[in-house]
Design a protein around this ligand. Structure first.
Ligand code: SF4
Length: 221
């Protein structure tokens, strides 16, 4: 199956979806967003990584910044922070360059490696788009973390690819129904940039009245 271009979702939404389905829906379906220190810093790092699409060559590597990518089969589009084309024995040929090149995506994140694999899912999604566009196989890529200033390497296993496809299928289904999943309180809520909009504790309370009673009770204690 191929998606129509007007139905494409934002590729980067997969990191929100993996963090919390409700957060993804609040941002991508309801268009709610709240900036905090983390989101602003992340945005600045991304801007530095790709200030418009351009490429440069260093030794045997051609580095493309801000490369637009898409996938018809997954119905998504986005931008890769960095795609390295590394000279190799096998790979794709590039217009104006001799030899063959292996494709290696690198995603920039401001923090340090996380407990969850949401960054890796986003990177794998980018790799799958590049594979479809360039008709090649991409075995691995890396996430660069601004805090540690190091790359974390990721191998794109079949299991990881299948999770990416499942996430995008679910995102398309929710988007089609314009359905925002209900609050499911988890420890992620503490780090969530949307918690003031989502009000996870309100959702957890049995009723709104119960919540208000509780707040009033706390204030008068
Ligand atoms: S506050 Fe919690 S439930 Fe609400 S969007 Fe954020 S992570 Fe999801």
């Amino acid at each position: 199956m191929e998606y129509r271009e007007e139905d494409y979702l934002m590729l980067s939404g997969i990191q929100h979806f993996a963090f919390c389905r409700r957060q993804w829906a609040l941002i991508h379906i309801e268009q709610q967003w709240q900036e905090n220190e983390h989101t602003v810093q992340g945005e600045l790092l991304h801007r530095r990584a790709h200030d418009g699409y351009h490429s440069e060559s260093r030794n045997e590597v051609i580095i493309s910044r801000g490369m637009p990518v898409y996938s018809r089969s997954m119905g998504v589009s986005g931008v890769c922070d960095i795609v390295e084309f590394q000279k190799a024995e096998e790979g794709i040929s590039l217009h104006g360059h001799k030899g063959l090149y292996r494709v290696y995506p690198v995603e920039y994140k401001k923090g340090s490696p996380k407990d969850t694999d949401m960054d890796i899912l986003q990177l794998a999604a980018q790799a799958m788009c590049l594979e479809e566009m360039l008709m090649t196989q991409i075995e691995e890529g890396a996430v660069y973390y601004g805090e540690t200033r190091r790359r974390t390497r990721a191998v794109f296993t079949e299991e990881l690819r299948s999770r990416v496809r499942i996430c995008f299928e679910e995102m398309h289904q929710l988007y089609k129904r314009r359905y925002t999943p209900k609050v499911k309180w988890s420890k992620s809520c503490n780090a969530c940039s949307l918690r003031d909009i989502c009000l996870p504790k309100l959702g957890k309370a049995s009723t709104v009245e119960h919540y208000i009673e509780k707040i009033i009770g706390e204030d008068t204690e």
